[in-house]
Design a protein around this ligand. Sequence first.
Ligand code: XMP
Length: 326
Amino acid sequence: MDTNKRPDSMERITTVQLAQDFIQEQVAALQAQIGDKKVLLALSGGVDSSVVAALLIKAVGKQLVCVHVNHGLMRKGESEQVIEVFGKELDANLIYVDASDRFLDLLSGVSDPEQKRKIIGNEFIQVFNEEAGKLCGISFLAQGTIYPDIIESNGVKAHHNVGGLPEDMQFELVEPLKLLYKDEVRLVGDVLGLPHNMVYRQPFPGPGLGVRCLGAITRDRLNALREADAILREEFDNSGLSAHVWQYFVAVPDFRSVGVKDGKRYEGWPAIIRAVNTVDAMTATVEEIPYSLLHKITDRITAEVDGINRVLYDLTPKPIGTIEWE
Ligand code: XMP
């Protein structure tokens, strides 16, 4: 039997009861597979790895070792949330690695987008390997593979994912979500008690803000991007738009324009807002945002974020524009 094929008879998980049944079955299967051995998981804080973590914590508790690598390209508050939810609330065995300086030093002066992605992917593997090497007695590697990853293994996600993990690792794989679609993963995460904003969060590229801090990344521009993005997310939450818009974010290009602040010439970067709706990320339409909200976001970003002096709204559908800027 092909264990990577979802059986036709498998019911779509659409209710709390079905999610509970799935969790119960998986917990038993994971306990049988893992026994008293240890499992390692790279926990990014994204939906898939978070749900795998919660499921494994329920099944084997502290036999799960989660490693969260902060590559310095996370959105505001994301690593903190991983520590809060998994380290504190779920009392997981969590290793937090702040590798920001390593990544940002390597990325310094690199402007080519593919080169940036490669550096981030390779360094992620390097850091994760170093942490794995420090641990003893790990037998299993858990992964947040979901069914679309299997179906589209030559598609967008495989190409985009941060590196993937090294093939020479001597671990048996644990992939409890590999037959589930995204909506099912979210429901299971919800029923496992993960925070709503973690389970329903928008897609976020593996290389994180690295692909939105356009051109060669600098720490000051990256910070400006992170703060502007946090304001955008807060305003979308407050206005209810976050429930209707599939993906929204800020990109900050590597040039400045002139402006005026407090009566003086003020050179700053523009913050470019992108907000799109899509079904499969292959095509996308631009969301109509009320002008009053755009004005509010503009006022806040230009007043609160050091280094930004203009706000632009990207009206380009996909195609012709891709969703990300690089
Ligand atoms: P594009 O920019 O190709 O993006 O229209 C389509 C979807 O893929 C996401 N994306 C990435 N995801 N690593 C990822 O894991 C990446 O390098 C990457 N680049 C784009 C993008 O955010 C959108 O949801």
